[in-house]
Write a protein that binds this ligand. Structure first.
Ligand SMILES: CC(C)(COP(=O)(O)OP(=O)(O)OC[C@H]1O[C@@H](n2cnc3c(N)ncnc32)[C@H](O)[C@@H]1OP(=O)(O)O)[C@@H](O)C(=O)NCCC(=O)NCCS
Length: 187
């Protein structure tokens, strides 16, 4: 369908229709706020995407509380992308205000697109909408974090202008491992 395809972003009573030329389907891609009825579908989609391979360090773990916590914190920044009445992607974010900083930060905590429908512009649609909403809320800087091996994710964020990569060290201490007792020193 190419450039004739349209993408509709729907929220509240406001509806925008924008051109999109990446979704090769006659169906409309809706970006809208998540509702409680969507929680199970989004949770199961997240389970497919954010497996232990996604974040072997367990620094970030996908569970049902991620959706409910972010929804309770700012439902306007919890979006789903719908195609053919099916949820094909989601973006969950929040805002952060730091003491001693006049800036308001947007934190895009999770963004995911159904495998098989990736690389067709769904992620772009979700990101553009959440960014627009963050700007409307006075956000001046958006933060993301992902595993250093997540090449597709990093390319995606780079395409959207993210840079200034900060390295973060993740360490573990195994408390289950028995510590060997040292022999007493001979005097
Ligand atoms: C990251 C993700 C959300 C992108 O969604 P998407 O719908 O596939 O992305 P789009 O089709 O809108 O692609 C936008 C851009 O991202 C980059 N990109 C997306 N997928 C890519 C891939 N597999 N390899 C390289 N670059 C990729 C490209 O620059 C692309 O632009 P282009 O098509 O003009 O080249 C999706 O790959 C995903 O769900 N990944 C698993 C979850 C994840 O890692 N989330 C991010 C951290 S929370």
């Amino acid at each position: 369908m190419g450039s004739e395809a349209t993408k509709r972003t729907a929220y509240g009573d406001k509806q925008d229709i924008m051109d999109v030329n990446q979704i090769e389907t006659d169906d409309t891609l809706y970006i809208r706020e998540i509702t409680i009825d969507d929680f199970a579908e989004v949770f199961h989609l997240g389970e497919q995407l954010f497996t232990s391979d996604y974040s072997p360090s367990m620094y970030r773990t996908w569970d049902e509380y991620e959706i409910t916590t972010l929804y309770n914190s700012d439902s306007e920044l919890c979006l789903v992308a719908e195609l053919d009445d099916e949820i094909v992607g989601f973006a969950l974010g929040t805002t952060v205000e730091k003491t001693n900083s006049a800036w308001k930060y947007g934190y895009l905590v999770w963004i995911g697109v159904r495998p098989g429908l990736q690389k067709k512009g769904v992620g772009d649609g979700l990101f553009n909408e959440i960014k627009k909403r963050m700007m409307e809320q006075g956000v001046r800087m958006v933060i993301i974090d992902t595993d250093a091996d997540n090449e597709a994710g990093i390319r995606f964020f780079e395409k959207h202008g993210f840079g200034n990569v900060q390295k973060h060290v993740y360490m573990t201490l195994n408390l289950a491992k028995k510590t060997r007792r040292r022999a007493p020193r001979k005097s």
